[in-house]
Design a protein around this ligand. Structure first.
Ligand SMILES: *Cc1c(COP(=O)(O)O)cnc(C)c1O
Length: 955
């Protein structure tokens, strides 16, 4: 690591810093002067309270060049060994179709997009997600599916709490078949424990009869590959008011009777094997599907069809645009960032192959498995499972060790069940020579190997008639129209062209930190040495990952001032969960099992109270004062009142209002004095890196969002990584995994969550070094203050700190203008689209406001363009105020304006030119045309349609 450091430290190698940070030195000086400062240091000293401002450089080494950092990462990648894994357990090799790899997974138009809360500029990815939902509903035979969840194990845990909410049973027992994947059982146990659910694991054929339970989880096909007929089990469960959840393999469902046809209430699982690389465990999209009557209880986001202002069909997030399920104390789940990019890949895999293509893949895999079985039988082995799709368990007669050793020598990973049993799962990448190699590993020294063609010709398949699928799936035209590569290429391009992502405009979303995702950071993600590794591969094959993970953990320790980091949580929400679970376990370890009160300021992100709820804590809300700070008197009173039972405070820093509260140290001290722990929500770490450290000013634990501060792209709503940092006393309670030698419970399916995107953050930190990271935070704060300053002459800015200074984001208050003119925050957000901008965060944390976070990556030109747009919009509001135009017929209310409106009869009181070219700079030929008019939310919620509508609807 230290290898070339001296040579690196030249001017040449800080070039990346200047490319990541959009603002030039000259403009930085200009902006500082505009704000009345002559140096960055003087400015930062004004923003960050002296008590927490650190003057020590981060222990990270210096910035290095792109070629140098990538060369080092290559070296690390080569310490991973890409071998053929037949381990299965929910993770299978797959071919990512190249047209999807290059034009979706590696395409910034897709991966730099934000969550589609603003539907008019998100029609492309909303359509892609609707394809995903339709695919899931079709394959599972369920009525409605979401898009999407984090992994199969957490989807199973969500299904468990879903059943508890929906089922009429009074029992607190959830039954889990012992045939489920072990990582799923472990996460279920983690999640059940704090909320008083008893998990009973057993044989579904015998254990269920006399058991009172509210829900049942079954694996289809089972861990050992067996295909059980579950219809009778569903009847037994339903007779006791228990609901049935089936964790189903999507590829198998093309051949098997789907869960929806044999009585299941919920189907969950992973869409990984539909074209998403293994990636050492993630990221992959999980799915959740159920009956239409339960849709309002469903976790995760649901895309639905509505109409726009012209009556045309338009897509949007259904059932309350913003996180229907994250309803503070009433929350049903805390999942926010999901796995949109990966769901889109899986959906496009189905679009690419179509139903016949996917079925052909499944049949080939199945036939190959049957051939494998016949050959093994010829070699004298017997198979444990009677019926199988792609997975078998072989009876080895105590030869497991020998066979395993031979296989490993030939770069083959099998699943060791025990001394006398080995598991094998085939997949779409397997061929005859793979099967022959497996036979060779099982054959004893002088045994003759079966002849593949001869065996294959005689092979009988094993899916019993009564479990063979007869119903059609993927019948919608979208799964039939793009069979040539040209067609699919153009489909992907057409969808991307409908959307605004970071490759076209700044996305100034407060609390979401949409900064540059540099190409150099993205390149390693699709290297096979990172992509083609099974999460349960033996440790000696994953040394590169081990090194990358250890180094990244150390870097994050250096950034945060904590003592230890876990990279397992695969979103911020999961980090919050892991962090509060660590606090809970710490209290329990000291006998303080009664500590269950969690103080949360009223301004908190919805995930905070939702998470507290999930770990069985009781939320007590702390008030904020006039300037947006936590009300210290109220905090002290509540801490005293609940002193005996105080578990934690969850606080966001800098505050959700975008202010560095000066009392943060006192706040932490009050909590500690009463025996509580301090959880600092570190989603806003972008304002702190290199300047102050939550682990040093009073936090016991924080989650960071690597998909905000540390450059992992948002992917249109995921993937993400939400690592937690903890002080040493909480380190023993970081999440564990049955594959790691520790005893703590996991929060995710894979030991390191979304491992394959960790190279992005590793690369970012290496490229920036200690000086670059600090400068990034400084410029992020400067950019926000520059915008606040320019806009403050036109709009009230809420919650500035002393001297009118904000942190890395600022809140524009539109409420007074609404009272005066009727122009709403929605009108302004939609009007920004006509200027080619993505709206800032709307009505969070304060209703009726816009929260703007420019990040360090935007240059002054872009900041000025944005301010100019806001100022031009302000003038349009003034026209309403002066009575020149009514708010109902203003360009604000009719925004966004599509190209089509120009050719229709023009009845508005403003001109066509003002509608679409409100500023002259938009006439430069690269104008963004919103594909739909304003989307009708009320209509969409009254008429919930969550699968692709029939084509006739478009005509
Ligand atoms: C983004 C965010 C979260 C949630 O992170 P996800 O990755 O979306 O789950 C939590 N708290 C705050 C303050 C955030 O901004």
């Amino acid at each position: 690591m230290v290898l070339h450091q001296a040579a690196q430290h030249g001017e040449l190698n800080s070039e990346f810093i200047g490319r990541h940070i959009g603002t030039s030195n000259k403009d930085i000086q200009f902006m500082l002067n505009t704000l009345g400062f002559d140096s960055m240091d003087a400015f930062i000293r004004k923003v960050i309270p002296a008590a927490i401002l650190s003057d020590k450089p981060l222990e990270l080494g210096h910035a290095r060049s792109e070629s140098d950092v990538l060369a080092q990462l290559r070296e690390i990648a080569q310490q991973n060994q890409v071998v053929k894994s037949y381990i299965g357990m929910g993770y299978y090799n797959t071919h990512t179709p190249n047209v999807i790899l290059r034009n979706l997974l590696e395409n910034p138009a897709w991966y730099t997009a934000y969550t589609p809360y603003q539907p008019e500029i998100s029609q492309g990815r909303l359509e892609a997600l609707l394809n995903f939902q339709t695919m899931i509903s079709d394959l599972t035979g369920m009525e409605i599916a979401n898009a999407s969840l984090l992994d199969e194990a957490t989807a199973a845990a969500e299904a468990m709490t879903f059943c508890q909410r929906v089922s009429k049973s009074k029992s607190n027992v959830f039954f889990v078949s012992e045939d489920c994947f072990p990582q799923t059982i472990d996460v279920i146990k983690t999640r059940a424990n704090p909320i008083g659910i008893d998990v009973v694991v057993g044989d579904h054929r015998t254990a269920l009869k006399d058991l009172d339970c509210f829900g049942v989880l079954l694996q289809y096909p089972a861990l050992n590959g067996e295909i059980h007929s579950y219809a009778a089990t569903c009847e037994i469960a339903h007779a006791k008011n228990a609901m049935v959840v089936v964790a189903a393999d999507l590829l198998a469902l093309t051949l098997l009777t789907p869960p929806g046809e044999f009585g299941a209430d919920v189907a969950i699982g992973t869409a990984q094997r539909f074209g998403v690389p293994l990636g050492f465990g993630g990221p992959h999209a999980a799915y959740f599907a159920t009956k239409d009557t339960h849709k309002r209880q469903m976790p995760g986001r649901v895309v639905g069809v509505s109409i726009d202002s012209h009556g045309n069909p338009a897509y949007r997030l259904a059932l309350q645009t913003r996180e229907q399920h994250i309803r503070r104390e009433k929350a049903t789940s805390n999942v926010c960032t999901a796995q949109v990019l990966l769901a889109n890949i899986a959906g496009m895999f189905a679009v690419y192959h179509g139903p016949e293509g996917i079925k052909a893949i499944a049949q080939r895999v199945h036939h190959l498995t049957a051939t494998l079985v016949a050959g093994l039988q010829q070699l004298g082995y017997s198979i444990v499972n009677q019926r199988y799709f792609d997975t078998i368990e072989v009876v080895t007669e105590a030869r497991t060790k020998v066979i395993h050793a031979v296989a490993r020598g030939q770069e083959i990973n099998l699943r060791v069940v025990d001394d006398a049993t080995i598991g094998i799962s085939l997949d779409e990448t397997c061929n005859a020579s793979d099967v022959e190699a497996i036979w060779a590993a099982f054959a004893s020294n002088n045994q003759e190997l079966p002849d593949f063609n001869a065996v294959a010709a005689k092979t009988v398949e094993s899916i019993p008639t009564e479990l063979q699928r007869t119903s059609a799936y993927l019948t919608h035209p979208v799964f039939h129209r793009h069979r040539s590569e040209t067609q699919l290429l153009r489909y992907l391009r057409a969808l991307a062209d409908k959307d605004l992502a970071l490759d076209r405009t700044m996305i100034p979303l407060g609390s979401c930190t949409m900064k540059l995702n540099a190409t150099a950071e993205m390149i390693p993600v699709t290297w096979p040495e990172f992509g083609s590794i099974h999460p349960f591969a033996p440790a000696e094959q994953t040394q590169g990952y081990a090194r990358l993970i250890t180094e990244l953990e150390q870097m994050l320790v250096a950034c945060t001032g904590y003592d230890a980091v876990s990279l397992q949580p695969n979103a911020g929400s999961q980090g919050e969960y892991a962090g509060l679970m660590a606090i809970r376990a710490y209290h329990h370890s000291r006998g303080d099992t009664h500590r269950n009160i969690c103080l949360i300021p009223s301004s908190a992100h919805g995930t905070n109270p939702a998470t507290a709820h999930m770990v069985g804590m009781q939320v007590v809300v702390v008030q904020c004062d006039q300037s947006g700070n936590v009300d210290l008197a109220d905090l002290t009173a509540k801490a005293e009142q609940h002193s005996a039972n105080l578990a934690a405070l969850m606080i966001t820093y800098p505050s959700t209002h975008g202010v560095f509260e000066s009392a943060i140290k006192e706040i932490c001290a009050v909590i500690h004095d009463h025996g509580g722990q301090v959880y600092i929500d570190g989603a806003n770490m972008n304002a702190m890196v290199g300047l102050c450290q939550p682990g040093k000013f009073g936090g016991d634990v924080s989650h960071l969002n690597l998909h905000k501060t540390f450059c992992i792209p948002h992917g249109g709503g995921g993937p993400g990584v939400g690592p937690i940092g903890v002080k040493s006393h909480l380190a023993p309670f970081l999440p564990g995994h049955h594959l790691l030698d520790n005893q703590t419970a996991p929060v995710c399916a894979a030991p390191w969550g979304s491992a394959s995107i960790l190279p992005i953050s590793w690369t970012y930190i290496k490229l920036m070094g200690q000086e670059g990271l600090k400068q990034a935070s400084q410029v992020a704060i400067l950019n926000a203050n520059y915008i606040a300053k320019r806009l403050s002459a036109h709009f009230p800015i809420l919650y500035a700190g002393p001297g009118g200074i904000v942190a890395h984001e600022c809140i524009v208050d539109l409420r007074p203008l609404k009272d005066e003119t009727g122009v709403t925050v929605d009108d302004v957000a939609k009007r920004l689209m006509d200027f080619g901008f993505h709206a800032p965060t709307m009505s969070f944390p304060v209703p009726g406001t816009l929260m703007i976070e420019p990040t360090e990556s935007e240059d002054r030109g872009e900041l000025d363009r944005f301010c100019d747009a806001m100022i031009a919009i302000r003038a349009e509001i003034a026209d309403v105020a002066s009575g020149k135009i009514s708010s109902e017929d203003s360009p604000l209310r009719h925004a966004p304006h599509t190209a089509m409106t120009l050719t229709a009869e023009w009845t508005h009181a403003y001109s066509r030119e003002q509608a679409v070219f409100p500023v002259a700079s938009l006439k430069n030929g690269s104008k963004y045309w919103p594909p739909v008019g304003r989307v009708d939310n009320v209509y969409g919620d009254r008429n919930v349609v969550c699968t692709c509508p029939p084509m006739s609807d478009y005509e």
